[in-house]
Design a binder for this molecule. Structure first.
Ligand SMILES: Cc1cc2nc3c(=O)[nH]c(=O)nc-3n(C[C@H](O)[C@H](O)[C@H](O)COP(=O)(O)OP(=O)(O)OC[C@H]3O[C@@H](n4cnc5c(N)ncnc54)[C@H](O)[C@@H]3O)c2cc1C
Length: 419
């Protein structure tokens, strides 16, 4: 049956999309995986470690890249987006646009070539904290294992340098957009999420107070591959962040911002309090919360932190964050609703636990699909032949994203078999 079936298209190469692709391909189905970035892995690749096991994302990713590599039934298109979808379940026609990488892959490049360039660009793996050269290798585990050239950032003199120093055929500055048309039988949408824009939280000081950062920034700061080499330090002066506040529901469960719970922010802050404590045994974390939600039976992770005398939990919603102009310390306006008083505390650094916004808020799938009022693809109203998985559907952790994408792969297989 699988030999005659049309391929399955997977849009989005994060953990949900990769899982759907390998699961479908390993039972014999052709899969086309389309990812808009230069490499696969999505948001998880931008984490330092992931709960509950606290292993680096590269562990799971290594297994997945092995599965991708050894399966000839999967075609991966990076730097690619779906521009048009027409047809119906069992018979979709899809137009894919691929942006140029300017790196051919015909021969390998080494970092000494990039080092000869002066043109730089914001380091998007590190969320703009720091820069890379215009020619860069996205990260140690990049898949596909190719450099990327940011043509817009490359100066004319660096373009000339490249023609001299790069091996012949390795770089092609004449590459242009490419359009591909494919026929597929079913589509899995795994386009994931982006963080809520913390600059919209005027009261919480992001963008105004230097030492207020977000939870996604903290993932990069704690990571040895990150902008500070893994040192948890204050952006204002590079001093170790010893006394750190975590502000839960920063915009989430708030009618003015994201009315829903993002499901993972409590666990993310608990995990980051562990980063802090493992990094510096004198460090103290104070977590300001409405209530702690360890969704997915992960209470033990929370109980372990409760036993740590250097981690305090304060039930109270932070109303305002201001900065001491001299020290750049942060002053929180918050009432401890259990103790019934306002603690007078200053912190070295504050981490805002901002929530999850579906990428489909910004870019819709070019086909008539139902979205809920927040932009997530509403699973209850699936169009036949198109199935959503992971954070495209709702906020969720990796374990749930992987299970749902396996389920979506099964639905897609049933669909292509019906023809
Ligand atoms: C601060 C924080 C820490 C977290 N830590 C953990 C943790 O420790 N453990 C855990 O289990 N979970 C954690 N999570 C949740 C975890 O990040 C998600 O479960 C996971 O990212 C979901 O994967 P996904 O594939 O659905 O989405 P994503 O990771 O967002 O991947 C989506 C992919 O689709 C691509 N894409 C988007 N739009 C398009 C398009 N139009 N065309 C083509 N490609 C597109 C994106 O570039 C991306 O590669 C954390 C979340 C936060 C906020």
């Amino acid at each position: 049956m699988s030999g005659e079936a049309k391929p399955i298209l997977v849009i989005g190469g994060g953990i949900a999309g990769i899982t759907a692709a390998v699961e479908a391909a390993e039972v014999g189905y052709q899969v086309i995986l389309v990812e808009k970035d230069a490499f696969l892995g999505g948001r998880v690749m931008r984490s330092y470690k992931y709960f509950p096991k606290m292993c680096p994302p590269t562990c799971g990713f290594e297994i997945n890249t092995r599965r991708l590599r050894r399966n000839s039934r999967i075609t991966v298109h990076t730097l690619a987006t779906v521009e048009q979808v027409s047809g119906k379940a069992g018979d979709f026609k899809v137009k894919i646009k691929k942006r140029p990488r300017y790196v051919t892959g015909a021969c390998s490049l080494d970092d000494s070539i990039a080092e000869q360039l002066t043109s730089e660009r914001p380091d998007d793996l590190n969320l703009g904290m720091g820069t890379t050269k215009a020619l860069y290798y996205p990260h140690d585990m990049a898949f596909p294992p190719l450099h990327m050239l940011d043509r817009d950032a490359l100066s004319e003199s660096d373009a000339q340098t490249l023609t001299k120093v790069a091996p012949a055929g390795a770089i092609d500055l004449t590459m242009t957009d490419e359009e591909i048309e494919v026929d597929v039988g079913a589509i899995i949408v795994a386009t994931g999420w982006r963080p809520y824009d913390a600059t919209k939280l005027d009261n919480l000081g992001f963008g105004q107070c230097e030492n207020v950062v977000t939870n996604v920034m903290m993932e990069r700061i704690a990571d040895p591959r990150g902008p500070t080499g893994g040192k948890i330090v204050r952006p204002s002066d590079g001093a170790p962040a010893v006394n750190v506040a975590f502000v839960q529901c920063a915009g989430s469960r708030d009618e003015n911002h994201l009315p829903y719970c993002s499901a993972v922010c409590c666990m993310a802050s608990l995990k980051q309090a562990r980063y802090l404590r493992e990094h510096n045994e004198a460090a103290r974390a104070t977590i300001f919360y409405i209530d702690i939600r360890t969704i997915g039976r992960l209470e033990k992770f929370y109980y372990n932190l409760l036993a740590d005398a250097n981690v305090a939990f304060v039930k109270g919603k932070v109303a305002k964050i201001t900065e001491d102009p001299g020290s750049k310390d942060l002053i929180l306006d918050v009432e401890d609703t259990i103790a019934g008083h306002k603690p007078e505390q200053k912190f070295d650094m504050v981490i805002l636990a901002t929530g999850i916004v579906p990428n489909t808020v910004d870019v819709k799938i070019p086909f008539e699909l139902e979205y809920d009022e927040y932009g997530f693809i509403d699973g209850a109203t699936d169009v036949e032949g198109i199935y959503a998985a992971g954070c495209a559907k709702h906020p969720c952790d990796v374990s749930r994203a992987a299970k749902e994408s396996t389920a979506a792969a099964l639905k897609a297989i049933q669909c292509v078999n019906r023809g």
